[in-house]
Design a protein around this ligand. Sequence first.
Ligand SMILES: [Zn+2]
Length: 364
Amino acid sequence: MSSEAVDHDAQVEAVREAFEREFGRFARFRAGEGAEGLSLGEAETLLRELAELRTRHTAKKSALAQLMKLIGRVPAEERAAFGQRVQVLNGEVTARLDEAQEALKAHVGRLKIERERLDVTLPGRRPRRGHLHPVTQLRQRIEDVFVSMGYAVEDGPEVETDFYNFTALNIPELHPARSPQDTFYTTDGLSLRSQTSTVQIHAMQRRRPPLRVVAPGRVFRRDTPDATHNPMFFQVEGLLVDRGINMGHLKGTLSEFVRRLFGAQTRTRFRPSYFPFTEPSMEADYSCFKCNGRGCRLCKGSGWIELGGSGMVHPNVLRAVEIDPEEFSGFAFGLGIDRMCGLMYELDDIRLLFENDVRFLEQF
Ligand SMILES: [Zn+2]
């Protein structure tokens, strides 16, 4: 009896010792203590290892579980005492595992709260601010100048009917400007507008004279892209219709415009030209803003830079929108924004403006 009892006691002690050997490194974690100074990673690793240890020592096939099974098989007179020892051991093992686990879990919880707490003393991360495209910046400056001279800013569609893009602008059928070589046609006789002059017609239909409008926008031509051409570019159209308007008003307006844009020293000159929708027509030049007319690389040595086409509104254009050319007259002009932008920033290639390369655009 006694020899068997010793065997059983020894078995219980062996299981206890095996547990304590492995549990030794967790023994310091008690009642919420012992984990101070552990990093989050260290504490989480220990928790994982503790769970493995619990499985090894308490799961179905563990030595402790074997002892529990043994209780029913020891002789009846020893069963109570043996059973009690096994139960005590089981209670101790479970309690110590639970205690260490609680201490580690509490520490992990504290570290996580600390990590997620907002540190209001840290400098914030400022989102990178963009800015307006150089063509947009120049367009707005041009608009500002004309608005300060009493003009309203108009807008118009980029896809146009034959009437607005050609007929009403005194460009009859068979006129070379209608050539598919020059214009993008869509189906059903529509085309992408080849100049902002289309807005003249819309504006005169919407507002009756007297009127003063500028209309900045995209236009489209079937140009092969190169350093100075792009199939899409930006223009600003200007139109003024009133009683008694003459060439002097046009010259005064464009002269004042370039003075406000480039400075009071800027001079203008006008050359006769031809456009179907103006009569008479002229090209306007302004003295180079870089060399002030002395001649430089920018103005190709001439001292002058081309501003754009202009002229007195053709009577046929007024008639197309049922305005009496005997009562009203007006002038119109068109300026290329991106070409002007290219000159102002001395770009070698105008296509740079439309490649959307942020490294380039950031410079403006
Ligand atoms: Zn120059």
